[in-house]
Design a protein around this ligand. Sequence first.
Ligand code: 9Z3
Length: 319
Amino acid sequence: MAEPRISSIDGKLAEDFAAPSHIEEVKEKMAAFARCHAEAGRRVVLITSGGTKVPLESRTVRFLDNFSSGRRGASSAEYFLDSGYAVIFLHRHRSLYPYTRMFLTINMLDALQFKGGNPGDVVVNQQVLPNIAKVLKRYQEVKDGSLLLPIEFNTLSEYLHLLKAAAQALSSIGSKAMFYLAAAVSDFYIPTSEMPEHKIQSSDGPLQLSMKMVPKILSPLVKDWAPEAFVTSFKLETDASILLDKARRALDTYRHQAVVANVLDSRRGYVVVVTPETQAELILTEDDVRNEVEIEEMIVSNLTSAHTKFMTQQDGSQK
Ligand code: 9Z3
């Protein structure tokens, strides 16, 4: 029997990045979630969301962070749920969360009041939260159907190990699985063995950092861990002139299904969905903004159609 292939990235992961202690338990939870929904005829999407944190000290006082509010991931989760998917939401602790994201700027105490001045009877102030009933109804439907599995990460190490576990957990459902990798992931890190234990002292003078390149996790994910899944990565740039070239290069390198390309400043209103054969510009018009349409609705609609086509092709090629 052939030995299972161990990629060099697996070795790096084990060596340089501490695995979270509950990793096996989480993996089993994700596998059970995927199996159960796939058996019920549902597709499952793994969404990553929020930025990773890279510690500079083992007992961490300082860290480098990648920018992401988590809005892209959180709102996309809602549209995937509306499209009939079950969602594993791998997100940065305290980044935006599906449904509650809409109320983030509201002070909870301003949204409550005493009914008829009775201090024993607290009710919601509908003027502060005009659409709360609609959102609560949808949230409870999702909860009652166990359609959303939230998993949290903080550090880059946790993110990498949890993504690997998720990919392996979803491999059993083949092409029914989609990966939607919207998290903003660091390209640089300090290996555990080279990290100072204690707080770096300013009395030692100016800080010079040397960081290693983070292994390209997309490569084993597509090739080894979940080879039958539909994989979408995100490409973020601040210089629009290099964006599409970088997106195409990522597709050529990793041979996955789609890249959503966006520029930091315009990401709420303009993205390009790039696939090996196509390139679709998605633009939010002023009318859309007035009608509270979000660009994530368009992204999710584009990708769920591509996923349907992909599943049909996979099924055809297996016959
Ligand atoms: C994205 O490009 C996301 O769309 C944003 C969403 C992080 C811009 P927000 O959370 O923003 O709504 O505030 N994510 C991917 C970023 C990333 O790190 N991509 C890597 C790269 O561009 C490839 S995996 O090299």
